[in-house]
Design a binder for this molecule. Structure first.
Ligand code: 5GP
Ligand code: MN
Length: 552
């Protein structure tokens, strides 16, 4: 019993499809490739199905369909009508089983849980029906629709978004990591349309002077504003820094640009559109607080603000370490060199490539070139693995900082975007703390996925090791304060605006850390006490038991 392909057959075709030994020959095609199956007339049906399955390179749960030359579906059984090579049957795999090897090897079968089981059952049901009835009845379609809608719901729960792997696998077999998918994180068309309409309606309204002033301060509370309103606030920044007038940015183009930016931030816990706004708003605040308009050229400020707007575009919620370890598309494309930052920047310039959203479209070629170079420099500087390199450079030029020196200005611009990027703790506690929850949600999700995929687990993301205070005390002491202090050396007024609140946050989380330690000590003590009591009770019981024993 065997199947063979046209190419591998040495001689010509036989005239008859049943030979003298009782062997049937069936001629068929798979994906246009001619094949033939030879089997004894009395072979078991299952063996024949397996034979066709291997000819189609299908997995054990795939659904196969065989059509006769007239195009009708026929049952795969040893009773198949023998045919001639010029009237081939056609074999098709109609449902690929996404549970086969790659995921099995990763030990993920179990983790896919009920949904996976349900899909498998549905597939096998469909397979049976197809074989027996020849077509899928409406009820099965309805059930499939319900499973799909349930899966969609699951995918919209952010921390479960990796369940989207089902869809991704069916899209392409060459994804290095089954978890690397972005589609489920993308905003829906309806969501975008709604926000766009609201934004356009609102953008014609005047933003009050009070809000305009508030927008210039690091105490601004992002949580009170919806996405469409945030887009209006971003528009205000471009207007109030005179960019729209100085660089001839038409209102419609700016709106289009901001909408594209909004659309390209994903629905993930931390690196989302609101984070983009916070970073931009901090940059905007720093520009005003340090009176940078009187120290630097307007084009440099335009570069900084636009870099902040674009700096995390299309972030999928997994950091560079993950990208590299999981060998994702981004890591492959950028050869492990700041894959995310390169991607954010590339997406930014894709948006700017379109005339209708190119806020720099009225500028001279040289100026565009300068802006492009500046934005690339700023966005690539947000890779935290370059933190010490950039901070050390800044420290070295600080004693003789000169605003007329381009190199000095470039480093300052990088420092300003870095400060803005990690400035949540410089905000009032009630604004900052929810951001930490968002960050940890994204971190924990990544480390969960790393564990599931057998990748190295990023230690500061591990839910078994990291708590809110443990995450913040080290970060504030060793990253935030050393960076912020250097910037405040250049602009002493920043001391009160960004260093004081960060010190307050450090005190707050240090206290929280101590309280947690006390709690765990108390817990350990009460555990020990309980154990001691138990042992004592056991001892008494033993005593009692031996006391009750009759004398030997
Ligand atoms: P990103 O460019 O990814 O927005 O920011 C840089 C990185 O700095 C973040 O991904 C995160 O690892 C770290 N980071 C930013 N803010 C905080 C924070 O408040 N706490 C901690 N622990 N890390 C932060
Ligand atoms: Mn960021």
């Amino acid at each position: 019993m065997r199947w063979d392909s046209e190419e591998r057959r040495s001689g010509g075709h036989r005239e008859h499809s049943i030979d003298d030994m009782g062997t049937k020959i069936i001629y068929f095609t798979v994906n246009g490739r001619p094949e033939q199956a030879e089997f004894p007339v009395d072979c078991p049906a299952q063996s024949l199905k397996d034979l066709f399955r291997s000819a189609a390179e299908a997995g054990p749960h795939d659904i196969l369909k065989l059509y006769n030359p007239k195009g009708n579906i026929i049952n795969i059984s040893p009773a198949l009508e023998p045919n001639a090579p010029n009237s081939c049957y056609k074999l098709e795999v109609v449902a690929a089983d996404c549970n086969s090897e790659p995921l099995g090897i990763l030990g993920l079968k179990v983790k896919r849980g009920i949904l996976g089981d349900f899909e498998r059952k549905l597939q096998s049901l469909e397979k049976k029906i197809l074989i027996e009835a020849g077509e899928t009845p409406a009820i099965v379609y309805e059930m499939k629709k319900q499973v799909d809608s349930f899966r969609e719901k699951l995918e919209s729960v952010e921390h479960l978004s990796w369940l989207g792997l089902f869809k991704d696998l069916s899209e392409g077999a060459h994804k290095p990591s089954p978890f690397y998918h972005k589609r489920a994180l993308h905003k829906t068309r309806e969501e975008c349309e709604h926000v766009r309409e609201t934004f356009l309606e609102m953008s014609s309204l005047q933003v009050s002077e009070e809000v305009r002033q508030y927008l210039k301060t690091p105490t601004f509370d992002n949580w009170q504003w919806e996405d469409a309103e945030i887009m209006v606030l971003l528009q205000v920044m471009y207007t109030d820094l005179d960019f729209t007038a100085s660089f001839n940015i038409e209102a419609e183009v700016l709106q289009h640009f901001l909408f594209e930016v909004y659309r390209h931030y994903n629905n993930i816990p931390f690196h989302n559109f609101k984070h983009c706004f916070c970073v931009t708003q901090m940059m905007y605040g720093l520009i005003w607080l340090t009176d940078l308009r009187n120290k630097m050229e307007s084009v440099d400020l335009l570069i900084m603000l636009t870099s902040a707007v674009c700096h995390d575009l299309d972030h999928a919620g997994y950091n560079n370490a993950y990208q590299i370890n999981a060998r994702t598309e981004l890591a492959l494309r950028y050869n492990d060199i700041s894959p995310l930052e390169n991607h954010h920047c590339a997406v930014a310039f894709e948006i700017l490539e379109k005339t209708e959203s190119n806020i720099f479209r009225n500028l001279a070629v040289d100026q565009y070139k300068r802006i492009r170079e500046g934005i690339i420099k700023c966005i690539l500087a947000t890779d935290m693995t370059r933190h010490n390199e950039i901070l050390n450079k800044f420290k070295s030029i600080l004693p003789a900082f000169d605003f007329n020196n381009k190199e000095h200005r470039d480093v300052l611009m990088m420092i300003l975007i870095k400060v803005s990027d990690i400035s949540n703790e410089a905000r009032p506690m009630e604004v900052a703390e929810p951001w930490l929850d968002c960050l940890l949600q994204e971190f924990y999700n990544q480390s969960d996925v790393e564990k599931l995929e057998g990748l190295p687990v990023t230690p500061f993301m591990d839910r078994d090791k990291v708590t809110k205070p443990s995450s913040q005390t080290g970060f504030i002491r060793f990253v935030l304060l050393p960076l912020f202090i250097e910037l405040a050396n250049l602009f002493p007024c920043l001391e009160q605006h960004i260093i004081h609140p960060v010190r307050k946050a450090l005190d707050y989380y240090t206290e929280m850390e101590k309280a947690l330690e006390r709690e765990s000590q108390n817990w350990a003590q009460s555990e020990n006490a309980a154990k001691a009591k138990e042992t004592a009770a056991d001892g008494h019981a033993d005593d009692a038991a031996s006391a009750s024993k009759p004398d030997q």
